[in-house]
Design a protein around this ligand. Structure first.
Ligand code: 5AD
Ligand code: SF4
Length: 453
């Protein structure tokens, strides 16, 4: 245990009741996974975890910078903490993650929210003990947004919210510089974890009963390229597939420019890998794709989809789409709808373009009125609703494997099928955390319903 960890432990041991921490992560799975590690670190130092923010002695917001909306939400929540801090001056407040990695956030927090005690970026997660010690012993805000070239220590045990579904980061950062995206600026260049570390983590999870492993990276297809002994993502998948046990594997995200035939062939050949591919399209217009710096055309994207479907006719696709990129005109948007109709996704995540200072797109002229962007996204959602309700009917009468994860008050449990589609069935909560075969009887535009057999 490092000095700071031990020193914090000593301080916390003196408190009357066990100190509690509250952490909320915004944004993507990677951020959620970072949050789980931060909690692991805090537990190691003697904190308990609470979901009740008013009972916490330490509150951390692990932030996202991908869209402005997420940033505004954080400022509003941090604003709300002022009263809690007044009531409890010993409360420590921390803001970390992608938003905190930016200098402008540090300035704004220091100026307008001076009661924030700790600000640390994505590279400094492992520095938390030092920063927390400073916050506990000094008055000044502890800030660290240094771009360290080491990642979060491998020996931290994450505190995961689920015992049966776990995210496992395989790489950090991104080299792609899509022109709208802040991620490469706040998470740095691509770094892959060694395959042995990943395999060991998966083995441990599986032997402790975990049923679903979600491999994470901004672009998993470029996994392993920068390692001393390079290995491909497909090879990593094959090695994970060879691990004994009753579990399934997903991965996110695949950049279409790097989604190779080898990757598709690997999905076909590995029985534990879900027959689902999240392939962010972003736009179906070649002109916009070029301005986005995506390095593929709509046709190249469709070719990958066709190849995959020729081998796995039932492969489920999901995607991310940005509506209203600077200068997207009606024709570009129609091209996006065209690809959406051709691919027939089971699920899409759509976003209105959000200008991110520091990115290439931020200085592009944007003539499309906000109202029009809103109309476009509504249209996209409408088209997708029709596609999913029609597409989901293909499952009626068939039996899907579902990992149940929650129960409602009306006697139903729901979970996700291997195709990553929500399935609900009449069942009691005892099915949660286990795979069940479900015969599908009904299709909605957002989910399926069936009977456990
Ligand atoms: N505006 C809107 N959406 C964005 N995304 C990334 N950057 C932006 C932005 N500036 C979306 C992309 C990406 C997803 C995680 O977030 O669709 O795939
Ligand atoms: Fe952002 Fe593009 Fe990297 Fe994804 S691949 S994180 S969209 S820059």
């Amino acid at each position: 245990m490092t000095d700071h960890k031990q020193m914090i432990k000593n301080i916390l041991e003196q408190s009357e009741k066990p100190p509690l921490c509250f952490l909320h992560s915004f944004g993507c799975q990677q951020n959620v996974s970072d949050g789980e590690k931060i909690l692991g670190l805090l537990c190691e130092m003697g904190y308990g975890v609470t979901n009740d923010i008013t009972a916490a002695d330490l509150i951390i917001y692990n932030t996202c910078a991908v869209r402005e909306g997420a940033e505004l939400k954080v400022y509003s929540l941090v604003g709300n903490l002022k009263n809690l801090k007044k009531k409890n001056p010993g409360l420590i407040i921390g803001v970390c993650g992608c938003m905190a990695q930016q200098e402008k956030t540090v300035e704004k927090l220091k100026k307008s929210y001076p009661y924030v005690d700790i600000i640390f970026g994505t590279f400094a997660l492992g520095e938390l003990p030092r920063l927390l010690y400073k916050a506990l012993t000094e008055k000044e805000t502890a800030v660290d947004i240094t771009e360290y070239n080491t990642d979060f220590p491998e020996d931290i045990r994450p505190v995961r919210s689920s015992s049966f579904s776990a995210s496992v980061p395989i790489m950090y950062g991104c080299n792609n510089f899509c022109s709208y995206c802040i991620v490469p600026y706040v998470r740095g260049r691509e770094r892959s974890r060694p395959p042995e570390a990943i395999i060991n983590e998966v083995k441990e999870l599986v032997s402790s009963g975990c049923k679903e492993i979600m491999l994470l990276g901004q672009n998993v297809n470029s996994y392993g390229k920068t390692l001393d002994e390079p290995i491909s993502f497909s090879e990593l998948l094959r090695r994970i597939n060879d691990i004994d046990g009753d579990f399934r594997v997903r991965f996110m995200s695949s950049h279409p420019k790097d989604a190779t035939k080898e990757l598709i062939d690997t999905i076909v050949g590995c029985e534990k890998i879900c027959k689902h591919l999240h392939l962010p399209l972003q736009s179906g217009s070649d002109r916009i794709l070029e301005a986005m710096n995506r390095h593929y055309t709509a046709e190249k994207y469709l070719e990958t989809v066709r190849y995959a479907r020729s081998l796995i006719p039932d492969l489920s696709f999901s995607t991310d789409i940005i509506v209203g990129f600077p200068n997207e005109i009606a024709e570009d948007f129609e091209a996006t709808l065209d690809v959406v109709r051709k691919v027939r996704y089971d699920n899409i995540f759509s976003f209105i373009y959000s200008k991110r200072t520091g990115t290439k797109a931020a200085v592009m002229e944007d003539v499309t009125p906000e109202e029009e962007k809103k109309e476009r996204i509504q249209k996209l959602l409408e088209v997708q609703r029709e596609i999913s309700s029609e597409g989901f009917r293909r499952f009626i009468g068939r039996t899907l494997t579902v990992l149940f994860d929650s129960a409602d008050d009306e006697g139903y449990c729901s979970g996700k099928s291997n195709e990553f589609i929500i399935v609900k069935a009449k069942a009691d909560a005892s099915v949660i955390g286990s795979f069940r075969k479900v015969k599908i009887t009904k299709a909605f535009n957002w989910a399926l319903e069936g009977d456990i057999i």
